[in-house]
Design a protein around this ligand. Sequence first.
Ligand code: UDP
Ligand code: MG
Length: 302
Amino acid sequence: MLSVVIPAYNEEESLPKAAQVIGGLLAEEGIPYELVFVDDGSKDRTWDEILRAHEENENVHGVHFSRNFGKEPAIVAGLAEARGDCVAVMDCDLQHPPEALVSMYRKWEEGYEVVEGVKRTRGRENSAHRAATGIFYWIMSRAVKIDMSRASDFKLLDRKAVDSILEMPERNAFFRAMSSWIGYTHTQVEFDVQERTAGTTKWSTWKLITYAVSNIVGYSTAPMQLVTGAGIAVFLFAVIMGIQTLARYFTGHAVEGFTTVILLILLIGSIIMISLGIIGYYIARIYEETKGRPKYIVSRRV
Ligand code: UDP
Ligand code: MG
């Protein structure tokens, strides 16, 4: 059986269509399936739509979060809930074409354990957004050491791969990185990002920025190495300046150089502040993880 995990946050408009289109296509192709909708604490009628879809089609299941936890926890909840031999993850707004889901399933039948949907085209995005995602993926690709520039959350995983992801205890899940980190036999299916069927994007710019920063910190210690690098640079500078200062002292011209002092205080002060901030970010992450809170809270289930 194929389980399709679909995170949904305020998707009352697109959810009925998603259930119909995906369910209809899989039935047509003769693929046994279940649809697992994860209502990420929506404030609209998304949960009622899931209940209605469940009445119309018994293959539709749903879980409802007690509040908005974000897309990543929603994906993890869906993976935990799914009972299939393979599990696919896709968006509720049908930006991930269901036809590609069928080709991914066929790849799985051929024996691939992780089938990734890669974006052939990115669909409509404004240029600032495109530049920002470019930088984010550049850093992430280096952190995870895999090219992520065309990666998406549209993937199909074998049961073994799903169980490996569910075994990861970390609270800060990042599905795209985790599904490549686990290994297994990979293959790719290309797809064109479609227009959103209904509603608007659920990501505000601020939400995207915090998501990017937290994933970079979660998967890479490069910012910490940056601190070490800055420390070494300042130290070399200090050695040179120290020699110069001593030379001046012994030759009797020690009073000059007030500008240098001001500049040095400013420079070193700001490097220390930034470094503390970066280290603080990691400490915050350690604190978050040691609290050991659940990744999400399910309040209703169908
Ligand atoms: N989503 C979610 N929780 C959130 C934000 C988004 O579950 O806090 C879901 C949303 O319902 C959709 C998917 O994540 O199914 C992708 O969101 P969206 O289409 O808004 O993102 P975009 O396609 O614009 O990147
Ligand atoms: Mg979308």
